[in-house]
Design a protein around this ligand. Structure first.
Ligand code: HEC
Length: 496
């Protein structure tokens, strides 16, 4: 633990070892989520732990001591100060006694740390847990039901505010935690160390909400993220270079900055953030951004809200974008508009077809993506297309909350029954199901799975295994609980 050099153990006990000025940290990973851990290291005085607020005592002889009260009798007060000295003051000598606003824990401990070392320290604190609490706040809709011959198992658990996942060409799985960490699953094991810790605004639906790699390039070591960053809150699309299972923060290259969310309106401005990013067949990076509950901006060409965007992987804007000639600046990235909350979308390998899952006000929609298309929100919400200005969905159902979508791989080598190959799988966050739609006959929709706890995203590995990300939590509000998320692997095991 690098924290030794930082003096943490001078004041804190961890598993029976260390000082006693501050609280025992053996279970601190269960007590707090990552953001709070970061806060308690960077700003110890912001929230002082009950029982550890120092007092400042001035004596009649003009001596001033600051420390945490360890014991108190009618005649004396025993304090421990920041230098770990025990000081006994006679009460008769006390002239003034008041509570301190400042923690005994110094606030500059992390100042000397590199971002990597700081990330390690926080990951270490998060790992300090005496008991593994299984899925607090679990909101499983029912027992998981799958078609005959399919089996599921839990690959990873304890994910905080899971939002999105990607399967890399070498079969690792990258998982976004809303609070800013990108986690890695390798050989079906969740690594303790995250690939990346981003500083994000994770209120409500904001946070780290999208991840992609360019699947057409098996050797790629770039990873792309979509996150809402703070001060002011805005989307940021970035590229990082991976080094093994870690992305170096120093390698961040910003591709696109979204609109300042303080000025965009919306009844719940931190809602409807969209977030998904994926590469198209054309090698361009597509980005979905929601309308922050503001409605009308989804129809306007001077905001990114309610749009599907298309940029080059280096952040420049392709000149063949549909509004390149008419829009200004970064808004030339707009590729399609009139969306409400395009939480996810998917690109079909081979055909390059793009299906956009748009969370609805009255209807959940799957829209097929076309350059320049307008899906009508908030002017109309489809149902079947009735208005020639707007493109209707290929599938819709009464409001719940549509979430992840993915195309199953095709080909005889894929371990999936024929009826599922090359089909579009989509899930609903509220209903807890996965359904299958035939892209060639979009009226053919059947149920694949039920009983999933707040599913958010899904992705196929090339062999046909389906990875399903369960959040098992609602938006990040005051009742939010960390570490409820799980990754399931669903595979066909009934081989003929
Ligand atoms: C000089 C003593 C001192 C040092 C050194 C110190 N701390 Fe603390 N720490 C405290 C005290 C006292 C508190 C309780 C008061 C507060 O909340 O700030 C505390 C609180 C905390 C908490 C919140 C614990 C809880 O149960 O809420 C965490 C986490 C923490 N420290 C981590 C660290 C880490 C990590 C380091 C090393 C980088 C460190 N501390 C170094 C004294 C110290």
């Amino acid at each position: 633990l690098g924290a030794k050099g930082l003096g943490c153990v001078d004041c804190h006990r961890v598993r029976g070892q260390g000082g006693e000025i501050g609280p025992d940290l053996s279970d601190v990973g269960a007590k707090y989520e990552r953001v709070q851990l970061i806060e308690s290291v960077l700003e110890p005085s912001r929230q002082i732990v009950e029982g550890y607020r120092p007092v400042i005592v001035a004596t009649t002889e003009g001596r001033v001591v600051t420390g945490i009260v360890k014991s108190e009798s009618a005649a004396t007060l025993e304090l421990i100060d920041a230098d770990r000295h025990r000081i006994v003051v006679r009460k008769a000598d006390i002239e003034e006694r008041r509570a301190s606003e400042t923690s005994l824990m110094p606030d500059n401990l992390a100042a000397t740390l590199s971002p990597d070392a700081f990330c390690d320290l926080i990951a270490f604190l998060a790992s300090l847990r005496s008991s593994q609490q299984p899925f607090p706040g679990s909101d499983v809709v029912g027992p998981l039901a799958l078609p005959h011959g399919f089996a599921s198992r839990v690959v990873a658990e304890g994910l905080t505010g899971a939002t999105a996942l990607e399967v890399t060409p070498d079969a690792r799985i990258l998982i976004c935690e809303q609070t800013g960490t990108l986690r890695v699953v390798e050989h079906d094991r969740l690594l303790d160390e995250p690939a990346l810790c981003l500083t994000v605004d994770s209120e409500w639906e904001r946070g780290l909400i999208g991840v992609a790699v360019d699947l057409r390039d098996p050797k790629t070591d770039y990873v792309y993220t979509s996150a809402v960053i703070p001060n002011p809150p805005r989307h940021r699309i970035s590229r990082f270079r991976m080094d093994g299972n870690r992305a170096k923060p120093k390698t961040e290259f910003v591709l696109l900055e979204g609109d300042d969310q303080r000025h965009m309106g919306g009844t719940v401005a931190a809602g409807h953030q969209g977030g998904a990013i994926h590469f198209g067949k054309d090698g361009k990076l597509y980005i979905a951004i929601g309308e922050h509950t503001a409605g009308q901006p989804a129809q306007e060409m001077n905001t990114l809200l309610g749009k599907l965007l298309r940029i080059n992987p280096d952040g420049t804007i392709p000149e063949d974008n549909p509004f390149y000639a008419t829009a200004q600046g970064k808004y030339r990235a707009i590729w399609a508009l009139g969306l409400r909350n395009p939480f996810t979308f998917a690109v079909q390998p081979g055909s390059g077809r793009i299906f956009v899952n748009d969370v609805g006000g009255v209807a959940e929609e799957i829209n097929e993506g076309f350059a320049g298309a307008n899906y009508g929100w908030p002017t109309v919400e489809h149902g079947p297309a009735k208005d020639a200005r707007f493109r209707g969905p290929i599938h819709h159902y009464p409001t719940a909350s549509i979430a992840g979508g993915a195309f199953a791989p095709r080909g005889d080598a894929v371990n999936l029954p024929k009826e599922y190959r090359a089909k579009y799988f989509f899930m609903d966050f509220v209903k807890g199901w996965i359904k299958v739609l035939d892209p060639e006959h979009v009226e053919r929709v059947s149920t694949f799975a039920t009983g999933l706890g707040r599913p958010v995203d899904l992705r196929f590995a090339t062999d046909g295994a389906l990875y399903v990300l369960l959040r098992d939590a609602w938006v990040k509000d005051g009742n939010f609980r960390p570490r409820t998320g799980r990754l399931l692997r669903i595979a066909y095991e009934n081989k003929e």
